[in-house]
Structures are given as C-alpha cells and as structure tokens.
Design a protein around this ligand. Sequence first.
Ligand code: ARG
Ligand code: ZN
Length: 510
Amino acid sequence: MRFEPSACATDEPANTTPVTEENESFTENFPTDGENKNVEEQYADYSGAQVFSVKLKSSEHKRMFQQLEDRELIDVWLHKRSKKRSRAEFMVLRENMQEVLSLFYEADIQPKIVIPNMQRLIEKEKKAETLTNSTLRSGHGMNWNEYHRYSTIHSFLLHYANAYPDICTLKTIGKTVENRDIQMLKISSGGNENKTAIFIDGGMHAREWITPAAVTYIIKELVDNRAKYRSFVDDVDFHIVPLVNVDGYEYSHTRDRLWRKNRADLWGPCNGVDLNRNFGYKWGTSGSSFIGCSQIYRGSAGFSEPESKAIRDYIMESTANFQAYLSFHSYGQLILYPYGYANNELPSDADDLKRLGNAAASAVRKLSKTRYTVGNSAEVLYRSSGASDDWAKGEAGIKYSYVIELSDTGKYGFMLPERLIKPTAADALEIVKVVADEVMGLYEKKGLTMILEAKLNASKILEDDFRLVERRPRSESRGVASHWRPPPLSPGRSHPLVWPPGSCVVMRLA
Ligand code: ARG
Ligand code: ZN
C-alpha cells in the first residue's frame, strides 16, 4: 500500500520529518611501564618489533591465536570477523618473535608482515612532528597537517570559545587521574530546550591519535563553515569532547607511542585502565580483563575511573535531548552499533542503527571512496563489555549510538601518517553530517509522542504504511487526540482493524 505525502488534513502543522532510517589485548611483556614504573625518562623502545596480519580460517587457528593473546605473546591491534574466516593484525616484540613465529609455523599459518620495523615508524613520525613544529602557526596553533599535544588542542578549544561566544561554550567536565582537565565544547545556535543534541567524543584510547585530530576538525568545520552546514547546525546541538583520555594521550607522546589505557596507578606492576571497558553497563561480563597488566583491563568497578565517570555524569546531568552518541576510535574503517557485551544482543531498533550506519558509509564512499563496514560490534569485531557505546544505548537511552573506527584498515594502523589526517577527518565529518541530518527535529524522549499519519487505501494497514509527521512532548499533542482512532500499534505487527478505503488517520504511538 502507498500513501501520498501529507495527504491527510490535520489540525497539526504537517511537519514532515521522514522516517528513514578491536577487540584488542596486549601484555606486559611489552615495553609499557612494568619495569620502568619509576623511570620517567625512558621512552618505550620497539626495536625489533613487527606488525603482522593473519587470516584465521579454522576454529583450530582461532583457538591457537586466542592462546597467543592470552599468553600475552602478541598485542592484537585489530581482529575482524566475517562469516568463515577472520583477519587479525597484531604486534610481536623482539623477545617473543621466535616463539610466536614457530608457533604459527607449526599451525601452518603464514603471517604477513604489515609493519616490518615498528621503531623506525615511530621515529619517522617524531621527526615529522618536530620539522613542522618550527613553522609558525596562527592563533591557537592547531592545524590538521600534524598531530598535536594536549596543550595545543586545549588552546584551540579556548580560541573557539573566545572567538565565537555566541555559539561555542567550553566546559571542563572532569579531571583525569593526573588532574588534567577534560574539556567539552558545545556548539549551539540556541533555541528551545527540546532541541536535538549529539554527543561526540574522541581520544578515549591514547594511541588512536587520528581521533582527537578528526574531532577537532569536525569542530572547526561546523563552526567556521556553519553557513554551509546551516541545515543541521541550526537544528542540532553538538556536545563534543575531542580528547577523553588526556593523560594516556600525553603519555603516548612522551613515553610510549602505543599506550592505550588511562594512567591509573594500580597496585600491581602495571598501570592503566581501558576506559572503553570501564563504563558501567553490563560491566565485566565478557571481552574485558580483570588483570591490571592487560590492555583491556576493565578497572575495579564500572566507572572506577574519573574519565569515564566525567562522560557519564555530563550526559546524565545534562538536560539535552541526546539522540546520537558517536565515539571515535581507530582503526579498521568500521561503523559499529551496540551491543558489544555479548553475541546476538541487538537493541530492538537495531534496524534503524544499521540503516543510518549504511547511509553514513555510502556518503563517505561517495565523498572519498573510503569503504566503511557497518555492523553490530560483537559480530564484526569481538565481544567487549563496558564500552561507552553500549552504555550510551543501554543506560543513557541514546538512540543512535555508534563506535566509529576511522582509517585505515591496517597498512599503518595507529601510526596513520599525518598527510592522511585531513582526508580521514573529512570522512568523519561526513558521518557526523549524515547522523545530524537524521536526528535533527527528533524530539522523541521519555514522555514524548510520535505522531503518525497515513492515507489508507486498503482495509488492512501495516506499520510501514505510516509516515512520521512529528515527534513532540505529549503535553503539546492533545490536539491530535481527536484524530486518534485505533489503539497503539504493537511494533512489527499488522493492524487488525478494518478501515474504509480512503480513510485518513493520525495515530499516536506512546
Ligand atoms: N575497538 C573498540 C574497543 O576495543 C571497539 C568497541 C566496540 N564496542 C563495543 N561495545 N564492544 O574498545
Ligand atoms: Zn579504541
């Protein structure tokens, strides 16, 4: 059955909003901070370390790989599953090289070298940074030709808050373990309190340097070119935390390029909690570790860490109408939706998340030819509990919650060259644009109502026959009551009532 758009005459304004739509682990064999806990001068040395890629075709292969991971002989950078075989990328340190390679040899698996010389790559990156550092930069000192330290990101945010006080507000939402500020920049053109909002974060994992770079680029573009993005910047508020894990990020610049966790001082030999295993929704259920030295150490309790707590408190205390939560990570080129804590745990509106994810992926492909894979995070990667996207969906009730793994797919991994910052950030902005376009004008929240309209040409109506007219607070939608005929539709079921052809109805779904 089909219906004409806006065919029904209502006393409601026919506002037409269309209804559209790493599993990583690591080890203390690695030069993190185990033996150097008090030797602050040392920079982790990855001489002799290499990154490999393998295809795991059988369950024996997968089991063998899992054992290497459990024995902390490899640091898994990316583990992507598909129907039959999975592909994994991992780093091996010099001291484990022989053992690891012979175990692969025995299992008849041939790892391919992706990064032959980890240390050289790290040094090359450092050189590039100092070279351009000498060039004079404008006002805030930020650019997207190189990776920047926290202080530059901080002055960039300050600059925007000072230069555009009418639309930008800077707020410290918490302090890190080492007492640094966690900052949030809100971009808002004002307007009513029910306005749709999007929460964006980056830099939750320290070594994923492209993510604070991409998120600051998003800020710059939304503000500098707000005339161009007017269609949604006017209708959507953005709450943006470009760098969640400030301590870890600084540590990855000064001590260990491949640091992932925060800088919590633990009792044992190792430091750091994986912030993306520390969120308190289904915390500690699977795909996280209770061992302090693990790269996926979940902490002593959900929200034991000030960084994850800051995000929780900000979102929960905010009166904003958050309709999307985008957490930027790297790498893999993936758009992932909840839940990740278990297999086959999909939210009831998973189809919506998938549809919007696909729309974002095709927009990116059109823009730059970059291919993003869209899917449920437990399915595409592996299970991992305590991640922020699961919490945003399951606890905070934010409809469109995603983890976005930016470029690349493994050539450079976390060591994405600086010349790829801008193109990658442009892809990220494209994703934000598609999501913003979808959620603008969505007012659905607890206590709100959806107004649906349908022109009926047959005696039996299906849910698909309805077009969303508007979502608004229940208190404001009394006028609709007179049009309201049948009892609320039960989701996914065809409506049993019989209607004369050509009838016009407006329904409310509670
Ligand atoms: N690479 C991310 C991580 O390891 C993936 C998180 C996916 N989301 C999830 N809920 N498991 O933290
Ligand atoms: Zn990450």
